[in-house]
Design a binder for this molecule. Structure first.
Ligand SMILES: Cc1cc2nc3c(=O)[nH]c(=O)nc-3n(C[C@H](O)[C@H](O)[C@H](O)COP(=O)(O)OP(=O)(O)OC[C@H]3O[C@@H](n4cnc5c(N)ncnc54)[C@H](O)[C@@H]3O)c2cc1C
Ligand code: FES
Ligand code: FES
Length: 347
């Protein structure tokens, strides 16, 4: 598939790569950007953390993500910043890099680029929850105190002016894509039509499960549909009686939304994976994967959660409790665009 995105501010077009090529492999092997490290290759250690920026309405959303379980088509129309793209044009260090030096936040250094990218993303977002931000980055030698001190020190400094606003460039970039065997739909209509003709395709939300099928189980996935760009699947609507999540809403957003309505649910999601995993993982994938150890379904069942199923063969609604019939089976075989749960506003 023809993929276009920004890499450290420069537009790149990727042609002829398999749709399951991970960003990490492509960066290291094709672009020789080897600052992004491979530790676990399964989303656990954060050594491969990059910043991915995307348009969210009129503003930009900056997210720390694990490049090892991120497929290239997931980057269509987005901007990727790696540790090589963090310093200024004359070699000036980014405030978090400088702070890591001053606070002795690195020993062996293998984990350091990942830490720096998590910190730089949080710095750009003005996020001062340093412990949560750094929970997805493992360091076995320095200990976390100097790293957290570095993050605290940097958070008082402004975002450097070389971290330019890419809104206008991102607006001009392609969003969808179709090469016959992999598809990036932009609307729910496109998705439902394509999927009804290709029911054997693998749907990909955040790829925090599917990514591991490729990197760990070495599975071949001949047909893929990347659903996260579909606008309707990213909507959250709240009425007096229910909260409705599009299936591609990520767990970070679930955590934020639930904080006002079900604070305990939100607190549980804070412990889900890590910042990088919550930024990628979708509520749809968390239910549809049928995992016996998934965290979302028990809470949603308790809240009377309902899945809305699209074609094929016909739209229907189902309680989450009855949709999960057996471990890792239903409802993966169908497209599940929406989930809702009862709202009990905590006052
Ligand atoms: C390091 C790490 C930590 C994790 N920690 C946790 C944790 O703490 N708690 C937890 O519950 N899980 C955890 N997970 C598992 C995983 O993140 C979740 O299950 C996640 O919600 C999956 O969502 P996704 O969008 O990434 O799914 P994907 O990997 O994209 O897809 C998973 C499955 O669901 C299907 N699918 C996706 N969207 C839809 C849809 N709309 N309709 C139908 N089928 C669909 C896919 O085809 C695939 O079969 C972790 C994973 C990793 C790698
Ligand atoms: S290499 Fe460990 S999270 Fe990616
Ligand atoms: S500096 Fe050595 S593991 Fe992090």
């Amino acid at each position: 598939m023809d993929i276009e995105f920004l890499l450290n501010g420069e537009t790149v077009r990727v042609l002829g790569e398999p749709a399951t090529r991970t960003l990490l492999d492509w960066l290291r092997e094709k672009r020789h950007l080897q600052g992004t490290k491979e530790g676990c290759n399964e989303g656990d250690c954060g050594a491969c953390t990059v910043t991915v920026t995307s348009l969210a309405g009129d503003s930009l959303r900056h997210q720390a993500l694990n490049a090892c379980i991120l497929f290239l088509p997931q980057l269509q129309g987005k901007s990727v910043r790696t540790v090589e793209g963090l310093s200024g044009p004359n070699g000036e260090l980014h405030p978090v890099q400088q702070a890591m030096i001053e606070h002795h936040g690195s020993q062996c250094g293998f984990c350091t680029p990942g830490f720096v990218m998590s910190m730089a993303t949080a710095h750009q977002n003005g996020d001062r929850n340093h412990n949560d931000v750094l929970a997805g980055n493992l360091c076995r030698c320095t200990g976390y105190a100097p790293i957290v001190r570095a993050a605290e020190a940097a958070s008082d400094l402004p975002v450097p002016d070389w971290m330019t606003d890419e809104t206008e460039t991102l607006r001009t970039m392609a969003r969808g894509g179709d090469d016959g065997v992999s598809f990036i739909p932009e609307t729910i209509e496109q998705l439902a039509n394509w999927y009804s003709k290709n029911p054997d395709a693998t749907l990909v939300g955040g790829a925090t499960d599917v990514g591991l099928w490729v990197t760990k189980r070495l599975m071949e996935l001949p047909k893929l549909c990347f659903i996260a760009q579909v606008a309707e699947l990213n909507e959250v609507t709240i009425s007096d009686t229910e909260i409705r999540f599009g299936a591609a809403v990520n767990m970070t957003r679930v955590q934020e939304v639930m904080a006002d309505y079900h604070p305990d649910f939100s607190e549980m999601v804070r412990r889900y994976g890590s910042t990088q995993v919550r930024n990628a993982a979708t509520i749809g994938g968390n239910i549809a994967n049928g995992s016996p150890i998934g965290d979302g379904p028990p809470a949603l069942i308790a809240l009377g959660g309902i899945c809305a199923k699209a074609r094929p063969p016909a739209a229907c609604r189902l309680r989450i409790s009855s949709s999960l019939t057996a471990s890792r089976t239903s409802p993966r075989a169908s497209l599940w665009p929406r989930f809702r749960s009862r709202v009990k506003r905590i006052t």
